[in-house]
Design a protein around this ligand. Structure first.
Ligand SMILES: Nc1ncnc2c1ncn2[C@@H]1O[C@H](COP(=O)(O)OP(=O)(O)OP(=O)(O)O)[C@@H](O)[C@H]1O
Ligand SMILES: [Mg+2]
Length: 375
C-alpha cells in the first residue's frame, strides 16, 4: 500500500483502515459475544414490560469496560423496534440530580425537552407519569453510572420517586435498571431504608473479560476496522495482553488498535507492528483518567489541580490554596475530596501526623504529569 506513488508517504486516499468508525467510543458493535448469560437475565427481567406489566428491577454491576452500557443499548433498541415499551437510558455522570434524571425521562417520553424556563420537580414528575398512564405505556429506565448519583447524594430520592411512582400516580408502571462500575459502592446498603424496602433488584454481574475473550472481541473489530493483513495475530495478542493487564477494560484495547493504526500510517507502513502498539500504549493506558476528568466540574478540576501541584503537602495547606483560588469553604472541599477518592482519581487516607493528631494525606492515583497534562 505504501509503495506506488509519492515515495514512502501514504497518499490521501490510502488508509490501513477499512472503517475507522468501529473504533469510536459510541460505536455499537454488531456482534456482542461472551455476554449471553447477562443478556438472558436482562431479557427475563424486562419480559413483563412487553406484556404490559411492571418489569423486575435490575442491578447490573461489573468493572469498567465490560459491556454494561452496550448491553442496555442493544436491548433498548430491540424494545423500541419490536414493542410498545418506552425505554430510556440516563447517563448519571451528566445527569446527577433527581431533577436532571426526570428531565431526561421527560424527553424520552415526550420526544422533546421540558420547558427551559424550569418547572417544579413535582410538575415534571406528574407530567411524565400522567403521560405514561394516558398512553398506557410501561417505562423502563436505565440509570447508567448510577454511582454518580450516590456521590451527589441524589440516589435515594431519585430511586424513591421512580419506584413509588405508581403510588403517586395510579397505573404508572416503571422498571429500573441501575448500572454501576464502582465495585466498592454497596448500592443497597447506601440507600435509605424507605428505598431499600421497595428495591429488591435482580442481580446481573458483568465479570471482566479474560485475555482470550478480549482477543476474540478485538479480533472482530480488527476484521471490520482494518484491511486484511494489516494487523496480524501477534499484534492482536499483544493488544489483548496489554488490555488484560490494565484491568480488562475493552476501551483500552479498542483505543490501542486505533492509535496503533494511526501510528503505522504515520510511518507509512502497510502493517501495524509491535512498535506502533507500544507507542500507542503510552496514551491509551490513560483512557480511564481522561474519561474520569472529562466528567468533573470546574471546582472539582480546580481542587485536583491544586492537589497535583502540591502533592505531599499537608491537607490543611492544600485546602488553603484551594480556598484562596475558588472562595469555596471547607464543607465543599471535603465533599470534593471524597468524590475524587471514590472515583479512584486520588487517595485520601487518614494518617497520624506528628504533633497534629490525625490529618488526611492526599495522593494521586495516577502519574502527576499525566494528570496535569489532561487537566
Ligand atoms: N462483548 C463485546 N463485544 C464487542 N464489543 C464490546 C463487548 N463488550 C464491550 N464492548 C465494547 O467495549 C467498550 C466498552 O463497553 P461498555 O461501554 O458497554 O462498558 P461498560 O461496562 O458500560 O463500562 P463502564 O462501566 O466504564 O461504563 C465499548 O466500546 C463496547 O462497544
Ligand atoms: Mg458504561
Amino acid at each position: 500500500m505504501a509503495d506506488g506513488s509519492g515515495g514512502d508517504m501514504l497518499s490521501w486516499d490510502e488508509s490501513l483502515f477499512r472503517d475507522e468508525r468501529v473504533f469510536e467510543v459510541d460505536y455499537l458493535p454488531e456482534a456482542f459475544r461472551h455476554r449471553d448469560t447477562q443478556m438472558e437475565s436482562l431479557k427475563y427481567a424486562l419480559k413483563p414490560a412487553v406484556r404490559g406489566s411492571r418489569p423486575l428491577n435490575v442491578m447490573a454491576q461489573g468493572p469498567p469496560g465490560t459491556g454494561k452500557t452496550t448491553a442496555v443499548h442493544i436491548l433498548f433498541d430491540e424494545l423500541r423496534a419490536q414493542t410498545d415499551v418506552r425505554a430510556v437510558r440516563v447517563n448519571c455522570q451528566v445527569n446527577a440530580t433527581r431533577y436532571a434524571v426526570f428531565s431526561r425521562l421527560f424527553q424520552g417520553v415526550f420526544d422533546y425537552e421540558p420547558p427551559a424556563s424550569g418547572i417544579s420537580f413535582k410538575k415534571l414528575f406528574s407530567q411524565v407519569t400522567d403521560r405514561l398512564v394516558e398512553d398506557d405505556e410501561v417505562l423502563v429506565v436505565a440509570l447508567d453510572d448510577v454511582n454518580y448519583l450516590f456521590y451527589e447524594s441524589a440516589a435515594s430520592e431519585t430511586l424513591y420517586s421512580l419506584l413509588r411512582a405508581h403510588e403517586e400516580q395510579g397505573g404508572a408502571r416503571i422498571g429500573v435498571i441501575v448500572i454501576s462500575s464502582d465495585l466498592e459502592l454497596n448500592i443497597i446498603e447506601e440507600l435509605d431504608g424507605r428505598v431499600q424496602s421497595v428495591f429488591r433488584p435482580e442481580d446481573v454481574y458483568f465479570p471482566k473479560y479474560d485475555e482470550p475473550e478480549i482477543a476474540d472481541i478485538l479480533g472482530e473489530r480488527v476484521d471490520r476496522g482494518f484491511h486484511d493483513g494489516v494487523v496480524d495475530t501477534q499484534v492482536l495478542d499483544r493488544v489483548a495482553a496489554l488490555t488484560a493487564d490494565q484491568g480488562g477494560d475493552l476501551r483500552i484495547g479498542i483505543d490501542l488498535l486505533r492509535r496503533s493504526g494511526l501510528n503505522a500510517e504515520r510511518r507509512a507502513s502497510d502493517t501495524v507492528d509491535p512498535e506502533d502498539v507500544e507507542a500507542a500504549f503510552e496514551t491509551s493506558r490513560y483512557i480511564h483518567l481522561s474519561r474520569r476528568l472529562g466528567g468533573l466540574s470546574d471546582s472539582e478540576r480546580a481542587l485536583l489541580e491544586v492537589v497535583a501541584r502540591h502533592e505531599g503537602e499537608q491537607a490543611g495547606a492544600i485546602y488553603e490554596v484551594f480556598h484562596d483560588q475558588t472562595g469555596l469553604g471547607y464543607t465543599r472541599y471535603a465533599e470534593i475530596i471524597n468524590k475524587l477518592d471514590q472515583l479512584g482519581i486520588l487517595n485520601a487516607q487518614y494518617a497520624d501526623v506528628e504533633g497534629r493528631g490525625r490529618s488526611r494525606e492526599l495522593s494521586l492515583e495516577y502519574d502527576t504529569e499525566a494528570v496535569l497534562e489532561r487537566l
